[in-house]
Design a protein around this ligand. Structure first.
Ligand SMILES: [Cu+2]
Length: 382
């Protein structure tokens, strides 16, 4: 009881210090707004965003994630990233081309990784060589259409946006320049994801800490590519503007002509397969910015799955298939128990096998006969 009283008095003192510091932080900087005050450290003292440590994150191409700690080290930081918008032609399947719009030249755009409480500061550049105005809407952020209202950049311009990452989960970001350009830019490839890890790392359904040996980011994309009945081939265009009229007509049918994992049919199969070893735990991050999907690891499971990619909710366990809605990202953890090639699919199998939504995980290790054994090879019926 006495200890409790002591704690209460201590908390009261600290909160008084915090409030005083917050005022000092705001008044000491003519440029800082009240919202710039941030809680750092265990004692809850307020500091200014400009006083936080700044770290530059080097973005990498999916399916890989930038170097990161699973458990945060120290106080919240400002994580600085730079992305260049690239309008480019992508061959989504041999002989099938699309005038894609991309963040940093890849579909999906790169995964960014921060911890809850960190700030993400993005420099978004739209090079003069592009033809369109773009912007970015972070589903992880709060306000101004996810930042979309503050980030329009015409060719030749750049903008800097800072967001507070106050929710833990994995979230889509996408271009949303306005009107019909919103779906057009998204279904021509312009989206990616942001992973906001809890500061103390991931937890399972019992609140027990879980870690991963490796993580992969799979971005699913529905493409709407006009077909030319005369030539019997998919049409090819010189620019996103030239492709727009025909593409919008296909989009109205709501049925993608092609669906890819990471930009191209086969970008994660064969020699490009994801890899793991028996005993390794893999975090699969999957995003879809427009259409609903359902993910299944053929021959494996989702040991721990965070529906909607939210780490604030209790995860589900032992899943056979898990859904990722259009406009969200999901996270699933699996420890491999058998070697071999696993197919990681959108389990609408038409979309997987006929449209392209399929990847492979190649797993090395020793076969466990207890889990599965071929008791008799195919032979004539006795
Ligand atoms: Cu755009």
């Amino acid at each position: 009881m006495k200890d409790m009283m002591k704690m209460k008095r201590r908390d009261f003192l600290l909160s008084t210090i915090a409030a005083a510091s917050a005022v000092a932080a705001v008044t000491s900087s003519s440029t800082a707004a009240a919202g710039d005050a941030v809680t750092v450290g265990e004692i809850g003292v307020k500091a200014d965003v400009k006083d936080l440590e700044r770290v530059t994150q080097k973005l990498v191409n999916p399916p890989f994630l930038p170097e990161h700690d699973q458990v945060a080290k120290g106080d919240p930081k400002v994580i600085q990233v730079t992305m260049d918008i690239e309008e480019k032609e992508i061959e989504v399947k041999p002989g099938v081309f699309v005038q894609a719009m991309t963040f940093n030249g890849t579909n999906p755009g790169p995964m960014m990784v921060v911890h809850q409480g960190d700030y993400l500061e993005l420099t978004l550049r739209n090079p003069q060589t592009n033809t369109m105005t773009h912007n970015i809407d972070f589903h992880a952020s709060t306000g101004a259409l996810g930042g979309g209202g503050l980030t329009h950049v015409a060719p030749g311009q750049q903008t800097i946006l800072r967001i507070k990452c106050d929710r833990a989960g994995v979230f889509v970001y996408h271009c949303a320049p306005g009107g019909i350009m919103i779906p057009y830019h998204v279904v021509t490839g312009m989206y990616g994801a942001l992973l906001v890890l809890p500061r103390d790392g991931l937890k399972d359904n019992n609140g027990k800490s879980v870690t991963y040996d490796k993580a992969y980011y799979i971005g699913e994309q529905g493409w709407y590519i006009p077909f030319d009945e005369k030539t019997g081939k998919y049409k090819r265009y010189g620019s996103p503007i030239a492709a727009m009229g025909d593409t919008l007509k296909i989009m109205e049918g709501l049925s993608p002509t092609h669906i890819t994992f990471n930009g191209k049919v086969g970008s994660l199969t064969g020699k490009n397969s994801m890899t793991a070893k028996v005993g390794e735990t893999v975090l699969f991050l999957h995003s879809q910015a427009n259409e609903d999907t359902r993910i299944h690891l053929i021959g494996g499971h989702g040991d721990v799955v965070w529906p909607g990619g939210s780490f604030a909710n209790t995860p589900t366990v032992d899943r056979e298939t898990w859904s990722v809605l259009g406009g969200e990202a999901g996270a699933a953890l699996y420890t491999f128990k058998q070697p071999g090639v696993y197919a990681y699919v959108n389990h609408n199998l038409i979309e997987a096998v006929m449209k392209g939504a399929l990847a492979h995980v190649s797993v090395e290790g020793k076969w466990n006969n207890d889990l599965m054994e071929q008791v008799q090879k195919a032979a004539p019926i006795a």
